[in-house]
Structure formats: C-alpha cells, structure tokens
Design a protein around this ligand. Structure first.
Ligand SMILES: Nc1ncnc2c1ncn2[C@@H]1O[C@H](COP(=O)(O)OP(=O)(O)OP(=O)(O)O)[C@@H](O)[C@H]1O
Length: 508
C-alpha cells in the first residue's frame, strides 16, 4: 500500500465533519493494508502517531530537506522501516546517520508526502480525538461488531494492535484478548451526578466513597514485579518507589488495583493536586522523602489467578478489602440515604472533592464513561482544550493571559470554542503559560498565540448560556481556571455535547 493512499485518506478525513464519511474513508484505507504490520502502521499514521513512539527528529533536522520526488513511490512499509532505523540509530556518529536516513526518506517523497511526514514526525498531526472514529473504522473494515473492537482495545490499551487482530483474526481473535496482569487497561470513568440523593436513588444497591483530588493510579503486581501506570497508561513505576514498596508488601501474589494517590499535609488534609502530579516526572530520593504519596485503592480487577473485571462491584470490593486492607478508600457499602449523605459531608470536611456513587451490581467497564459510576461535586467543572491565549494588559502585560477554550468534537473534528477566561490564573500560571505556550504554537498575530489542541485545562463555571457568538451555539458563564490537567489529553476533554447538556431547560 502506498504512502500516497494514506496521505489522501488523511486529507479526506480532515476535510469532512461527517463522522460516517471519516469512518468510511479510514475503513477503505485499512482494507488496502496487505498484512498486520501494514495495518498497524496505517492506524498509527492516520491517528497522527508513529508506532515507534517518538523518533527524536525535531524541526531542526527537518529544515533543509531535499527537493520532493515527482511521483509517489514510497510504500507504508518503506516509511515504517525508515522509522525503525531512525529509532535504532544511537550513539557516536548517529546525528549524521540519522540525517542521511531522513534525507533518503524525504528525497523519495512527493511534496504532499513530505508535508505529511513532517507533520507526523513533529507530532502536529496527532489526533487523539479520532480514537472513537478509528475504532468504528476498524470494525467496519474487519466486518466485526464495534463492541468487540472496543473491548479488545480497552483491555490491550493499543489501537494498532487491536486493528491488526481484528483484520487478521476477526471476532475470535478479539474475544481472546483478556486482562493480563502486568499490562495496563483503560480506566473506567464516571458521569456527573446531580446530588448524592439522586445518584443513590438511581444506583441502589450502591457504594458511596470519597472522591479524592489526587491522581489516578493503576497498579499491577505479579509476584515481586510491580508496575504503576497513570490515567493515560504512562508507566511511572520508577517515580513512585514508596507505592511500589507498599504494594510489594501486600498479602497476595498477583493483583491489579485501581486507585487514586495523593500526599497529605501534617494536619491530614490533601496537598494540592499539582504537587502529586509533580511526583510523576523524574524523581530524586529527596523529592520522595519531601512528598510521600499514599495510595487509596477503590477497585480490584484481578486477584491471585481470578479475573474479576466482569464480576459485579460487590465481589470486586470484597476482593479489594482482602488484598489491600487499610489502603481502601473511605466509603460505605450499601448505605442508607442518611449514611450516604454523611459520607459526602465527611469527604468535604476532610478537604476532598466530593463523592463517587457506584452501582454494586456493575461490571468494570474499561475505558467507558458510564452511569454506573457517578461523581457528585459541589462545584461544576469542565475539562477543556486550550486553543490560544491573548497577551495580557496592565499588570499582566508581557504575559500570555486570556485563554481561548474549546470543547471536544465527539465526531473527531477540531475542538469547538466555547469561551475565554483569564480568571483564576495565578502569577505562577501566567509565567508557565508564557514560557510553555510557544512550544505548542500553531499560529500567532499581534494579540494572541494560537495553539495546537493538546493542552487540557480544568475550568470551574456557574453554568452555560445559548450564544450566537461562539460556533457551538453555547458559551460558558463565569468561567475560571482551576488547574492544568497534564494527566489528560485532548481526547479526554469534555465534548460540546457535555457543554450543551448544561444549558438551562426552557420552561414549559
Ligand atoms: N473513589 C473514587 N473512585 C473512582 N475515581 C476516583 C475516586 N476518587 C477519586 N477519583 C478520581 O476521579 C476520577 C473519576 O472521575 P472521571 O471518571 O470523570 O475522571 P476525570 O475525567 O479524570 O474526572 P475529574 O476531572 O473529576 O478528576 C478518576 O479518574 C479518579 O482519578
């Protein structure tokens, strides 16, 4: 299959807003793939990603490129092989050898292919929002049910691999994908609930527990081998030695745990989320001692040879208590309405965000944002994509300040602007934005820097209103910045449908 076919499909997908048309175009490309390796590469390229991860060729290497070829001759496999060689070229003299590989690749590419490859390598094409569309396209190309593709993807965490399985082995190969201790699965997510009373009425019998404002962790223990992953399945084992030690000491051989981690102040109140998050980068022993993380587990997906992912929460919760004892998150199983309210009051009094209400009969729906888990928080928040920032005035002049905020298009199109805000930005955040945003720059003019849609920011708001000014027909009211969400990608942001869902219902 030619690279030129992928470039054409990528352009077709970018040019249409219709989800069906995107799915059809991608499915068509997948059907052209000649073998599983090629299918993996096609899925990766059309998601704007590279199977090899980062290949470390920045803009500088890509400035002085050879003239483009007149006719397309490159195959998808040629590009994939060149990327393999780039990744494998390290050590002394590698700079020259890498430049040669890049020159060879780009010299064989047409002008359109060169533009595509350059955007692919620099990450400009990265299109996390296409994930749902891509899963549908894999199902269509392989002629299998969408649910089978989705399940295999959530359990394996790998989209190209899932596509290769679906195309080569169909439904049976997909169904054979299981939870494998040691390999991370997509975390189950929650929907917003209006109140504790409404949520427990909806979900009885239920479990009500604290919603902690820390960072999500997924921990796998296979004998003495411990691995820890973030919400986006990034491995952080080496940054959290205290969690690794604690899990190593648990009274079980094999376990997969879902939970939240945070650090507490001396008075037992939670430290700010940013501090927890800062521990997920490279960490020195000193930093570990200065900010000890504690785990609060709330789910158990596997325990000593028994797969629990399809079992009801009641059974998973019993296994959790056996496996981690005192490290279970505080909460109450099957509470009365008064007991449930009391959990909520205690959570807020202890400085936490609110509560989670969970259906005790529900299975673990990996990667799904369902009604079986509902979060109840006193303040309404949305996770939005930063589209740009305007230069500030007065005290803020010289700083990138007023943020342009976008909601995700559920059909995989670019984010849709829903408002602006500079409220809630601390001096530290203004400094950070001014230093960081140019790295994400897509364009700029005298007033603002416009960004590639990659950064996610959590915004508190008083509600939304209908608007003729913004393209989605809806605008935020009294929006203010709570914090950045480095644990989220644009594909995890709230959608325009979520934002419209907050519009007041017209009377009558
Ligand atoms: N008891 C709990 N059960 C499940 N998740 C919890 C709990 N306490 C805290 N959390 C955190 O809350 C999140 C659940 O909310 P949701 O599924 O909407 O994810 P989110 O989009 O990250 O939400 P938020 O922005 O509110 O953290 C989890 O990802 C987890 O990090």
């Amino acid at each position: 299959m030619g690279l030129t076919d992928v470039v054409a499909v990528s352009a077709e997908v970018g040019a249409t807003r219709s989800r069906l048309a995107k799915v059809a175009a991608i499915a068509g490309a997948l059907r052209l793939a000649e073998d599983p390796d090629e299918a993996r590469a096609v899925v990766a390229f059309l998601s704007g990603a590279i199977r090899q991860g980062r290949i470390g060729a920045g803009w500088r290497t890509l400035v002085a490129l050879p003239p483009p070829a007149a006719d397309p001759t490159l195959s998808v496999a040629d590009v994939d092989v060149a990327f393999d060689r780039l990744v494998g070229t390290r050590g002394a003299g590698s700079v020259g050898r890498r430049a040669e590989i890049i020159a060879g690749l780009f010299g064989a590419a047409t002008a359109a292919e060169q533009r595509f490859l350059r955007a692919l390598i620099t990450g400009e094409l990265r299109q996390g929002a296409l994930e749902g569309v891509m899963l549908d396209a894999v199902a269509k190309a392989a002629d299998v049910p969408g649910a089978a593709v989705r399940r295999a993807f959530m359990l394996s965490g790998r989209l190209p691999e899932t596509a290769a399985l679906a195309l080569a082995g169909g439904v049976d190969a997909l169904a054979a994908v299981r939870l494998e201790p040691g390999r991370p699965v997509r975390p189950m997510l929650a929907s917003p609930g209006t109140s504790v009373t409404a949520a427990i009425a909806d979900l009885t019998p239920c479990l009500v527990e604290y919603k902690l404002d820390g960072a999500r962790i997924q921990v796998h223990k296979v004998d003495n081998e411990i691995r820890v992953f973030t919400r986006t399945l990034r491995e952080i084992t080496h940054s959290v030695p205290e969690l690794v030690e604690l899990v190593r000491g648990l009274p079980c051989h094999t376990v997969v745990l879902d939970g939240e981690t945070l650090a507490l102040s001396d008075d037992g109140r939670p430290r700010p989320f940013q501090e927890t998050q800062s521990r997920f980068g490279s960490t020195t022993e000193e930093q570990v001692r200065a900010l000890l993380l504690r785990p609060y587990f709330f789910d158990c997906l596997h325990l000593d040879g028994v797969d629990l992912i399809d079992e009801p929460l009641r059974a998973r919760n019993e296994a959790l208590n056996r496996a981690v004892g005192p490290h279970v998150i505080p909460g109450a199983v099957d509470p009365t309405p008064e007991e449930a309210e009391a959990v909520g009051v205690a959570a807020l009094a202890a400085g936490h965000e609110g509560v989670m209400v969970k259906d005790l009969d529900s299975a673990y729906q990996a990667g799904r944002r369902g009604k079986a888990w509902q979060k109840v928080k006193p303040v309404h928040t949305l996770d939005l994509v930063v589209l740009g920032a305007e230069w500030g005035h007065g005290r803020r002049s010289g700083f990138l300040s007023n943020l342009h905020l976008g909601a995700r298009d559920p059909d995989g199109g670019p984010p849709i602007m829903v408002g602006k805000t500079f409220k809630g930005l601390t001096d530290e955040l203004l400094r950070w934005q001014t230093a960081e945003f140019p790295k994400y720059q897509r364009d700029r003019d005298d007033w603002a820097v416009y960004l590639r849609p990659e950064l996610v920011v959590e915004i508190a708001l008083d509600g939304v209103q209908a608007s003729t000014r913004y393209p989605g027909g809806v605008a935020l009211r009294f929006a203010r910045v709570v914090r950045y969400r480095p644990d989220k990608q644009a594909a995890d942001a709230d959608t325009i449908t979520d934002v419209r869902g907050l519009l007041p219902v017209a009377p009558g």
